[in-house]
Structure formats: C-alpha cells, structure tokens
Design a protein around this ligand. Structure first.
Ligand code: PHE
Length: 474
C-alpha cells in the first residue's frame, strides 16, 4: 500500500520538484476521505438523527466534530506520520517496547474486528437493494409496502448471509492484492458521482412539501427526544464517521511523508464528511415526511426512503441501482480501511504476509458477522437475545447482536481509543516532538496552541463527562 500511495499520480502536473510531494498528499486525501465517507454518513447519521429527534442531536454532533474529533484526527495522523508504523507498533516505537499506551492500539485492532463484522452486513443490504432495483424495481410501490420489504430483507437469514459474505470477499480481495491504486482510481470517479447524485436528490426534495418540515427537524431548536444516551451516540458517531479512535487514520497517516500537511487534510476531510452527512439528511427526511412515515424508524430509514423516491421517477429502477452500487463502493472504501488496520497490525507484529493476514482476518470477521446477519431473523439472536440485554439497557431497550456490536464499538470503544490518543499526544509525548510534528509542513502552524489546548482539556473532560452522563452518574 505504501508504494501505491506514493506512486499515485496527480491529475495535473505541478512543478517538477514538487510533484512527488503533491501526489502523496492527494492520494492520502483520497484514501482518508474514502475511509471517512461511507455508510456512517448515508445510512447511520440520518437514522440516528431520526431516532434522537433531530435538532439538538445534530447540534451536539457538530460540536463533537469540531471540538473533539478534528483535534484527534490531527493527532492520529501525526502519530502515524512520525512513527511510520501501524497503531500498536507506532505507540511502541514512540513510547518504548513496554509502553502501556500500546493498549490504545490493541483496542483499535479489536474495534476493527467488531465494526467490520456488522458494517459488512449493512453494506450487504446496499448490494441486495441494487439487485432488487434491477430485478423488480420499486415502481408503483406504496410507502407501506416499501417498509414491509425492508422488514422482510432484514429478517431473511439467507439474503443477509449471502451479501455479507460477498461484501467481505470483495474487501478481502482488494486488501490482499494491495491494489489500493486501483480502488483509489475508481473512487476518484465514483465518489464524486455519488456526491452528485445526493445533490440531485436534495435539490429534487427541495421542491416537495416535506422539505420545510425536514429542515426544521434537522436544524430546528428542539431537543425533546434527546437523552444522555443520545449525547453519547452523538459523540460516538463523530468518531465513527471520521474513522477515528481505532487507528484507521493513524495507519493511513503512517504512509505519509513529513512535509505533507496533516492539519489541512484533516480540515478538508472533516468538512466534506460533515457536508455529506447533512446532505444525506436533506435527501432522506423530506421523503419520509411526504410519505407520512416515522423519522425514528431505525436502521431501515435509507432503505425505505430512497426506494419510495426512485419508485416515482422515470427510469427510477436504474437510478436506484446506480445509487445503491455507489453507496456500496463508498462502504467498500471504508471497509478497506477497517480491514487494513488489522491486516497491517499482523504484518508488523507477526510478520504475516499481506495475503495471509487479509484472508485469515477476513474469515474471522465474516464469522463474527454471522450473528449480526441473523439478528433480524432468528429467535436466538433476535427476540431472546434482545430480551436478555433488556436487563442491561432497560425495559423495551434491549438490543439484538447487531445493535449491541454497533453500540459497544461506536459509543464506547472509539471514544475511549480517541481519548487515549489525545491524552498520549497532549500529556505524554515529548513537547518538542509534538510541536515539530504539528508544525512540519503545515500552513496552520499558528493553530498549534489551540490544538494542544483542545487535546489537553476539552477532549478528556468532554469525553469523560459524556461517559459519566451516559452511565447516569449525573
Ligand atoms: N467512517 C466510516 C463511515 O462513516 C466507518 C469507519 C469507522 C471506517 C471506523 C473506518 C474506521 O462509514
């Protein structure tokens, strides 16, 4: 991967002496954006916004992105760039072979396993919906029928296992072959295309009666449905959507050279990712409101709203298929970064070959994902499991395996990992090395003290306060 990233060619040709530097940064921005933009933006953000009642949830999420997540993104990239290693080995290199901080890296590797196991199930739904669009289309279906269709898909063990397996196979094939160059070249075309399609759908939604209520739902000042658990979810999602707290950005940063501007990159990736999430809301909620469906319906939101919208368009089946395939590609570039964290770890740590690591780890993640793939259907992992976890989460709040994996990984593991990175960089790493790393090659050197201050005080106090709040301590 190092080689592909370094050899990637820029679109235009800058001055000869600077060419390599610029191409490295472009490839990195593409890889980092590919990792950040995915199901988190288009599937998860709108659905959790809906469940948490919009308004204040969105505002709190935005505060988390700016005050907590972005400073951590810079910190992760800088650690990777300085150490030129995957997470565990990077922390060992910077802090000594017996450093307890390598635990943060291990937590990240564990999170990669957990997240990819259910991420792949949702990505499988996008593949299945592309297939559905082409084979039967959604034309003439009533909103209630589209809703029922998702219910069927969610509960069908065969469908879930098949597409989960296929998606994992694709992810493994790409990571094993190390053909990141190919993926990057493709996503350079496909990601802007996805962006344009979302934009078109937002503009179309802007002409409907649902747009006003949707704007008010997402940006209006109302927080009646916001709970402490919702605040934790907003924080956790700011990590999830920016691929933070588990070493993905750290690993990608390890393929950078010192003069590449980590701060500018973080701002660009963060801005783009947030924009796409908000646009996804403005594409989905107007449809939900016009159709009279509930915004808090849960994980099926995007799989219900878009078929309704495409069902009304001429040529809608084709558009729907294209859209869901593009969404699957966005999920693929994120899944690659999740698998890459675990793979690069075993390559560095156990000297496994890339192929062996990708195939072995991919197989384990596929198996780990089976209970998630069966969550909607079987009694063991559906009803009974949810009833059992209701003891932990309260009456009627029980989670199936799928929900539980998402809950634990995004809401606890990622913020904890991010907290570890922040505390390490702000309090443990040598001041000189930190300042050097931040200022090297950066146009934003003057932000140094603001960044340190956020990492030192705002991030730890904020994350701990949200944790305690969620645990009901205050
Ligand atoms: N950021 C990705 C998304 O929004 C998910 C992801 C999380 C990828 C953590 C890598 C690491 O879909």
């Amino acid at each position: 991967m190092t080689d592909t990233l370094r050899n990637a060619k820029p679109h235009s040709s800058p001055a000869p002496g600077r060419r390599e530097h610029w191409s490295g940064r472009l490839a990195f921005i593409l890889a980092a954006t590919g990792s950040a933009v995915g199901l988190g933006n288009i599937w998860k953000f709108p659905y959790i916004t809906g469940v948490n009642g919009g308004g204040w949830f969105v505002l709190i999420y935005l505060v988390c992105v700016v005050a907590v997540a972005l400073p951590i993104m810079v910190a992760e990239i800088l650690i990777g760039r300085s150490a030129q290693r995957s997470p565990v080995m990077a922390l060992r290199k910077l802090d000594g072979p017996r450093s307890p901080w390598q635990g943060v890296g291990w937590l990240g590797v564990a999170a990669a396993f957990v997240i990819l196991s259910y991420y792949s199930v949702v990505a499988g739904w996008t593949l299945h919906y592309s297939w559905l669009a082409l084979s039967q289309g959604f034309a003439g279906m009533q909103p209630a029928e589209v809703e029922a269709l998702f219910g069927q898909v969610y509960q069908d063990p065969g469908i879930n296992l098949f597409w989960h397996g296929l998606f994992m196979l694709l992810t493994v094939a790409i990571v094993a072959a190390g053909v990141h160059g190919g993926v990057e070249r493709w996503s350079r075309i496909l990601m802007p295309l996805l962006f344009l399609m979302i934009l078109a759908l937002v503009l179309r939604a802007a002409g409907t009666d649902g747009f006003g209520p949707a704007l008010d739902f997402v940006f209006g000042a109302h927080g009646d449905r916001l709970t402490p658990a919702g605040v934790l979810e907003a924080l956790g999602h700011s990590f999830f959507t920016l691929s933070l707290g588990m070493g993905a950005m750290l690993t990608y940063g390890s393929y950078l050279r010192t003069r590449d501007d980590a701060v500018a990159t973080s701002l660009a990736v963060g801005g783009l990712d947030t924009l796409i999430s908000l646009m996804a809301c403005m594409m989905i909620f107007p449809i939900i409101f016009v159709a009279g469906l509930a915004p808090g319906a849960g994980p099926g939101l995007v799989f219900v709203s878009l078929p309704i919208a495409f069902g009304q368009l001429p040529g809608g089946a084709l558009w729907a298929a294209v859209f869901f395939v593009l969404l699957a590609v966005a999920a693929l570039t994120s899944a690659i970064s999740l698998l890459e964290v675990a793979v690069s770890h075993f390559i560095d740590w156990r000297a496994w070959s890339r192929r062996r690591a990708a195939v072995g780890i991919g197989a384990v993640i596929f198996l780990l994902g089976i209970p998630s793939a069966l969550s909607g259907g079987t009694r063991l992992f559906g009803g009974d499991f949810a009833a059992a976890t209701a003891v932990l989460f309260g009456e009627g709040q029980g989670k199936n395996w799928f929900d539980l994996a998402d809950y634990l990984a995004s809401n606890w593991m990622l913020p904890l990992g991010g907290l570890g990175i922040a505390v390490f960089v702000a309090w443990r790493m040598g001041a000189h090395a930190r300042e050097q790393a931040f200022k090297a090659g950066s146009r934003f050197a003057r932000l140094y003290w603001g960044w340190v201050w956020l990492l030192r005080y705002v991030v730890p106090v904020g994350v701990l306060a949200v944790f305690l709040h969620a645990l009901g301590v205050f």
